[in-house]
Design a protein. Structure first.
Length: 125
């Protein structure tokens, strides 16, 4: 018998992150649902990239704004805003990675957890 999936209290936060990314045209947004992955460090990874340091920083600021307005959440920890090539926003259960394209390809975080449930979002034109 398959175990029923519990409702996700972080859904509102995940939705706000994705909307914040889409607002400033983040590319190739991927949501990895890690709840079924043994020993995962968080429940959700959300990954995207921008084409410049300016766009990466704008995506991060937009995500912070949307998560505060819609989910009433601030990141517990933020890294990478100084050089804006890879920004990490840590909301504890939801971890957001915003890359420049070449660094995203190099590190390949999207492909490290093949057993996670993968959701992708259309690029907003």
């Amino acid at each position: 018998m398959k175990k029923a999936r519990r409702p996700d209290p972080a859904k509102q936060l995940v939705d706000a992150v994705v909307q914040g990314m889409q607002e400033v045209k983040a590319k190739d947004i991927v949501h990895l649902d890690m709840r079924g992955v043994p020993n995962a460090v968080c429940d959700h990874f959300i990954i995207c990239h921008g084409d410049s340091t300016t766009q990466v920083e704008a995506i991060a600021r937009s995500v912070e704004r949307y998560t505060l307005q819609q989910a009433h959440e601030k990141p517990w920890h933020t890294e990478g805003l100084d050089n804006a090539t890879w920004v990490l926003l840590d909301y504890v259960d939801v971890v957001v990675h915003i890359f420049q394209r070449d660094l995203r390809t190099y590190y390949g975080l999207d492909h490290l957890w093949a057993d996670a449930i993968r959701n992708t979002y259309d690029n907003v034109a």
